[in-house]
Design a protein around this ligand. Structure first.
Ligand SMILES: *Cc1c(COP(=O)(O)O)cnc(C)c1O
Length: 371
């Protein structure tokens, strides 16, 4: 049997044409015209005024934290169930990450636990939409305005998704995206900050570009980073963005097909197709082993690997990360829902280029393993 990788990408639109244009014109650095074009088109797509392209989704979070002036003495509330980049950005800025547990069905942050975590030091809530369904934003927006908190929206998995019809990536002070190859829009490596605030946008642009000054270029009042996106990456981004609606439809049909094929396997919890406020876009197709299964995700993934089927484990909880525990963070923090899905959840091949025969093959194999 041919291996089925966990992610395969689709680059069969204008990617080649725009990349050739970069090479033929000699514009390959961040100064090239595709960068601005990608920023403008992407921002417009999510209903924001400004887009600031950066080198990946992780540094987009670092930039957001720095641009909002979050530093020592500040606390930021975020889900424990997310990628390391979220808390890393907070910790690197000298601020303190405060985590909340997950909601058992959507795997998103449990919004009913946010208010009890707010202290006089809380500066922001970092909202992270997980795996294809958006977080319920309305109650969070209400809390943010009640307590005067900023919202940073990590929409890295949400290209083309909406919350009650409003684009993900349009909430709060600033939103971030990633264009890693498993995201709905890819530039190989890449990321974007979007905001409606002109001053915040200018701060992000400056931070991304070493805080060079327009007048005295090599005299620095502040430290920034080189987080610039290249014209080559942006060329891919422009081509990919042209097809976003098609990509979202494609991912939805992959997810729906898996659910159809796996729904009778009683020992698996499958992603939910929709909530009151959104339809799943299945950034990845995750499954969680029910408690009656005697083994965990690691064992399930190993079994699938013997059939050459690629998988990835779910995120590991932020509060259980050895790197943070060694720093003395998260003493006596327990998040039973997230701890459970981190151990019992994994995702199966669901990249943009997956074929229906491959989906069927994966489903049949899972059926055999769990029967
Ligand atoms: C992918 C991802 C990131 C990081 O993006 P990179 O481009 O890989 O650095 C951040 N947050 C979430 C929720 C992600 O899924």
């Amino acid at each position: 049997m041919k291996p089925i990788p966990v992610n395969e990408i689709l680059l069969d639109g204008n990617e080649k044409k725009y990349l050739l244009e970069c090479i033929e014109t000699g514009w390959i650095s961040s100064e090239g015209p595709f960068v601005k074009q990608f920023e403008e088109q992407f921002a417009a797509r999510v209903g924001r005024r400004y887009g600031i392209a950066v080198s990946n989704g992780s540094v987009a979070l670092d930039t957001a934290i720095a641009a909002l002036g979050i530093g020592a003495g500040s606390e930021v509330i975020l889900p424990t169930f997310t990628i390391i980049s979220c808390a890393a950005a907070i910790v690197r800025a000298g601020a303190i990450p405060v985590v909340v547990d997950s909601e058992p069905h959507t795997w998103n942050m449990n919004i009913s636990q946010i208010e009890e975590k707010i202290t006089p030091r809380t500066k922001a809530i970092m909202v992270v939409h997980i795996y294809g369904l958006p977080v319920d934003m309305a109650p969070i927006l209400a809390l943010a305005s009640k307590y005067g908190l900023q919202i940073i929206e990590d929409a890295a998995e949400m290209h083309g998704q909406t919350y009650k019809g409003v684009p993900c990536g349009s909430f709060g002070a600033i939103s971030t995206f990633s264009f890693y190859p498993n995201k709905h829009v890819t530039t190989g490596e890449g990321g974007m900050l979007v905001t409606d605030d002109e001053e915040l946008a200018a701060r992000c642009r400056s931070l991304r570009n070493l805080c060079f000054q327009p007048q005295k270029r090599f005299v620095h009042e502040e430290l920034g980073w080189n987080f610039r996106m290249t014209n080559l990456q942006a060329a891919l981004g422009v081509a990919q963005l042209e097809r976003l609606a098609e990509f979202v439809a494609r991912k939805r049909s992959i997810g729906q097909r898996y659910t159809e094929l796996l729904k009778d396997i009683s020992c698996l919890d499958l992603p939910i197709a929709k909530t009151d406020y959104a339809e799943n876009i299945y950034w990845v197709y995750g499954v969680v082993l029910k408690d009656e299964v005697s083994f965990d995700a690691e064992e399930a993934m190993q079994r699938l690997a013997t059939y050459k089927i690629g998988t990835r484990p779910f995120f590991w909880c932020t509060h259980e990360q050895p790197v943070f525990q060694k720093m003395g963070l998260f003493n006596n923090v327990y998040c039973p829902v997230a701890e459970r899905i981190a151990r019992r959840g994994f995702y199966i091949p669901s990249g943009m280029a997956i074929k229906s025969e491959q989906i069927e093959q994966v489903a049949i194999t899972i059926g055999e393993i769990f029967s």
